[in-house]
Write a protein that binds this ligand. Structure first.
Ligand SMILES: Cc1cc2nc3c(=O)[nH]c(=O)nc-3n(C[C@H](O)[C@H](O)[C@H](O)COP(=O)(O)OP(=O)(O)OC[C@H]3O[C@@H](n4cnc5c(N)ncnc54)[C@H](O)[C@@H]3O)c2cc1C
Length: 477
């Protein structure tokens, strides 16, 4: 038995507190199996030629006519396809699978890692699935997307859950979203919060601000901003929040003051609830199983361990080896070490893109809660969210934390996974830069797709929808 280090902040001050009773210490059984921090999306960039890859080359095409020894080697290994897809996460895999369904076989997917699935991968940890990219739940609105996904993993293989997510506000744990659940605080705190909301800009008729931080005060009032939204978002993004815009806030729940008031009077939540109000999670697997199956369906058209390092946009050639008539990028634009063929404005758009990284870390304790996940705004704790695995993954135990990389201190006893590209940052001006970049690149036959290709906080169901639409467009052109 030993004291579990349940949190750490960047300057090395370690905190040992239980996530659900942060003022109590927890004593945990010693985690026997130590796994090193495994970089995902960083540090394992092995660019193998097709001959070295897990799958044999699909096509050999003469893209170079030369006589030097090096060029002859390149010639022998070069592959030219109609559609070259960069990145084998949900976006790249869905696009490839949708092309295949449309009868198009002339494509290749290049994936940097040794397995596909991107942020939606799972590993077995402590005898059960662990979603290495953080908490991933399926909540699909579009029936076409549902049919597509269920054709790989039928509905009978999923369990349905009604979201139970909570927030620890200074030691009081209430349901999320906070503005619909203020009624769960004691009466004095409710009055303070309500007074603060009445003075919020949106209730005083002030115009909506352009910056995210200003928007939080404008929309929710000072108390919710100071106690939850500002510290929580600082922890999650570890970014100067003032650099973020407001154009992406349709992702957040929208609860009016009247609904907040009504919820306090009637002691139940009112207002538009956040995403994943009802979600699916695999009965026997982690979320990664779905994407493993989609990847399997692609056979040798998916090349693993094939990171894009060098990219010529004009000729749509990758690593001097692969070329496509059409190139679809789903990998982070900023991950390519060498880019050619773009003008200054296009390069400037790429250089302006920012992202944040998170680490997921496993802890074996059973927590005394029914929540699926809990948010932690407390700046003393390094992590911002825990996912209570035993409440959505049958037969499992334990929970995992999500921590921004800049706040993370390695715990040698806890299995942990790094996701270098976790959140595309919604900085002011990004929308315009991305719109310019994407329309500019289309002229060269290059498309951006998905969370990184479009640099948007898309959930997995949305990237599938967009991939299906792009496949339809490509198939009909
Ligand atoms: C913490 C967290 C929680 C989330 N929760 C949910 C949820 O509950 N439900 C939901 O639907 N969605 C959720 N999402 C969003 C979901 O992860 C994304 O929608 C999905 O992963 C997007 O797929 P993608 O293929 O666009 O990007 P990714 O999954 O990031 O895939 C990109 C792929 O590109 C590869 N790649 C990177 N660089 C290169 C390179 N140089 N060359 C070749 N390949 C490269 C990567 O290895 C990866 O496989 C969550 C995301 C995060 C971070």
């Amino acid at each position: 038995m030993r004291l579990l280090r349940s949190g750490a902040i960047s300057h090395g001050f370690l905190v040992s507190r239980s996530p659900l009773a942060p003022h109590a210490f927890i004593v945990a059984p010693l985690w026997g199996r130590t796994m090193s921090l495994e970089p995902i999306g960083r540090g394992r960039t092995v660019s193998r030629t097709p001959a070295q890859s897990n799958h044999p080359p699909k096509k050999i095409a003469p893209v170079l006519i030369t006589h030097s020894k090096t060029d002859i080697v390149t010639f022998m290994n070069s592959q030219s396809v109609k559609y070259l897809i960069l990145g084998g996460g949900p976006s790249g895999l869905s696009l490839a699978a949708a092309l295949l369904r449309a009868g198009i076989e002339d494509f290749l997917v290049l994936e940097k890692e040794s397995s596909a699935g991107g942020l939606c991968k799972s590993e077995e940890v402590d005898g059960s699935p662990f979603d290495t990219g953080g908490g991933h739940f399926l909540d699909v609105r579009n029936p076409k997307v549902t049919d597509f996904l269920f054709s790989y993993m039928p509905r009978s293989e999923w369990d349905e859950y009604h979201r139970d997510s909570r927030i620890d506000v200074k030691g009081t744990i209430i349901n999320s979203p906070i503005e619909a659940n203020i009624w769960q605080f004691d009466i004095d705190t409710q009055i303070e919060y309500l007074k603060s909301i009445t003075k919020a800009g949106c209730n005083m008729g002030d115009p909506m601000p352009e910056r995210f931080t200003d928007w939080i005060y404008w929309k929710l009032g000072k108390r919710i901003a100071d106690d939850y939204m500002i510290p929580y978002n600082k922890k999650m993004f570890a970014e100067d929040l003032d650099s973020l815009g407001t154009y992406w806030l349709n992702k957040l729940p929208d609860v009016s003051f009247e609904e907040t008031l009504r919820s306090c009077l009637e002691r139940r939540a009112y207002g538009k609830q956040p995403g994943h109000a009802v979600f699916l999670y695999p009965k026997k697997y982690g979320i990664g199983e779905l994407w493993r199956r989609v990847a399997d369906s692609l056979g040798d058209r998916l090349l693993l361990n094939t990171g894009v390092e060098k990219l010529d946009f004009k000729t749509r050639t990758v690593n001097d080896t692969f070329s496509g008539e059409i190139l679809i990028n789903t990998a982070p634009w900023t991950d390519f070490q060498s880019i050619s063929g773009l003008d200054e404005a296009e390069m400037d758009a790429i250089h302006s893109l920012r992202h944040s990284s998170i680490v997921t870390e496993y802890h074996p304790e059973m927590l005394d809660t029914k929540s699926h996940w809990v948010y932690y705004p407390d700046p003393v704790l390094s992590y911002h969210r825990i996912l209570v695995r035993h409440n959505f993954c049958p037969g499992s135990r334990g929970y995992w934390t999500e921590t921004n990389l800049t706040r993370y201190e390695k715990n040698p006893d806890a299995p942990a996974f790094l996701n270098e590209y976790a959140y595309p940052m919604n900085t002011i001006g990004k929308q315009e830069k991305m719109a310019f970049l994407l329309s500019s690149l289309e002229k060269y036959g290059v498309y951006g797709l998905g969370r990184w290709g479009e640099w948007q906080h898309f959930n997995s169901d949305v990237v599938v929808e967009r991939a299906m639409a792009l496949a339809e467009k490509l198939a009909s052109s």
